[in-house]
Design a protein around this ligand. Structure first.
Ligand SMILES: Cc1cc2nc3c(=O)[nH]c(=O)nc-3n(C[C@H](O)[C@H](O)[C@H](O)COP(=O)(O)O)c2cc1C
Length: 353
């Protein structure tokens, strides 16, 4: 009997030699792969063949970072599975706030101790890099040249949880500064592109005034995909203690509450891509923010994304991607769609174009 199930494979990237073929358009988002973002506590065998197209490894910096004070996540328990608000829970349950502050052992140790194993993993591994200047992004990318197990790089221009020198959680850290400036963002891509010839994705911030300008600069400088978006700077306060609920103060909002925001931004960035000159107008957009179900993923595809990243839902439930894939398959079947790529940008009506 012929296989009638829809084709979920996607090819991300426009230019020869910098394309990445994924078996599924569902990607685990940076910082969300296990308790440390490097896969701690994750059962790789169970994950194989269960909907994971690729994984983005937590943002790595030039030097080790201890990260922000605990608590780093609010609420404390993300395993409840109520993050998408289904089941009529109260609005408070939509909130997923974190401020990890880019805790990581530094690029040298990551490449020496973690990367060799990635080549054996059952899906491609993208390494997220976080620099404080375009030059630093160049230096980080240069270190990754020829490193084993790295299928591509994602430049995190947009972490809200790092302050000036040590990580204050002020929401105006150097990452956000880069993401807010078309010129600096473009220069960061150029500096990384100069030394790294593989797939180079760029992750944008949700809270910048001139997102279109920033996106255009990244595209012109050689980005192979734009990821929309990082978490949104946000604050929750415990009124009993009169303190912020997170040790660092403010944090980044992820999960269901972020979805309509990131979806709107995905559409805006997709429109920027579509208006670019030939070649550049086919660079893929990857949506990220509050994907908990197959229908959420479909929303992002309709808004113009070619793939989606899943963070909070995976942290809540390690089986989330398998379920999302099954739901997406069912949706595509209902819609009579044979290949998931046909859904990209297929939104009808108001706001199109
Ligand atoms: C605990 C946690 C840690 C994160 N760490 C990173 C990181 O290191 N680098 C990065 O680019 N994004 C990081 N993010 C943002 C996610 O990759 C993603 O963009 C965001 O959470 C929105 O997707 P979601 O709603 O599916 O979680 C982190 C998110 C969470 C929840």
């Amino acid at each position: 009997m012929p296989d009638l199930s829809p084709d979920l494979s996607v090819e991300l990237g426009r230019w020869e030699g910098r394309r990445l073929a994924l078996a599924s358009p569902l990607i685990i988002a940076a910082g969300c792969f296990g308790s440390d973002g490097f896969g701690a506590g994750v059962d790789l065998v169970a994950l194989a063949g269960s909907g994971v197209g690729a994984v983005v490894i937590k943002s790595v910096t030039l030097r080790p970072r201890a990260g922000n004070p605990e608590p780093r996540r609010y609420p404390a328990d993300w395993s409840a599975g109520s993050g998408d608000g289904s089941g009529g829970v109260s609005g408070a349950d939509f909130v997923r706030l974190n401020s990890v502050g880019l805790a990581n052992p530094g690029i040298e140790r990551v490449l020496a101790e973690y990367a060799p194993a990635w080549a054996e993993w059952p899906f491609p591994v993208i390494l997220s890099l976080a620099g404080t200047s375009p030059e630093e992004f160049g230096e980080l990318a240069a270190r990754c040249v020829g490193a084993p197990g790295i299928a591509g790089l994602e430049l995190n221009l947009s972490c809200p949880n790092v302050g000036g020198a040590g990580g204050s959680g002020s929401g105006v850290g150097p990452g956000t500064v880069l993401a807010a400036s078309g010129q600096l963002a473009a220069q960061a891509v150029i500096d990384a592109r100069l030394c790294y010839s593989g797939p180079l994705w760029v992750k944008l911030a949700p809270n910048v005034a001139q997102l279109e300008f920033v996106a255009r600069g990244c595209l012109r400088s050689g980005a192979d995909a734009l990821v929309v978006s990082n978490t949104m700077p946000a604050l929750c306060i415990d009124v009993d203690t009169r303190r912020p609920v997170l040790g660092a103060g403010a944090g980044g909002l992820s999960g269901a509450a972020l979805r309509p925001v990131a979806l709107g931004l995905t559409q805006r960035v997709s429109n920027v891509v579509a208006a670019m000159p030939q070649g550049f107008n086919r660079v893929p957009v990857i949506g990220a923010g509050g994907v908990f179900t197959g229908r959420h993923a479909a929303e992002y595809f309709l808004a113009g994304a070619s793939a989606v990243q899943v963070g909070t839902a995976f942290l809540e439930d390690a089986g989330a991607l398998g379920r999302i894939q099954a739901e997406l398959t069912a949706y595509l079947g209902e819609q009579g769609i044979e290949k998931v790529g046909e859904l990209t940008g297929a939104l009808r009506g108001a706001g199109v174009g």
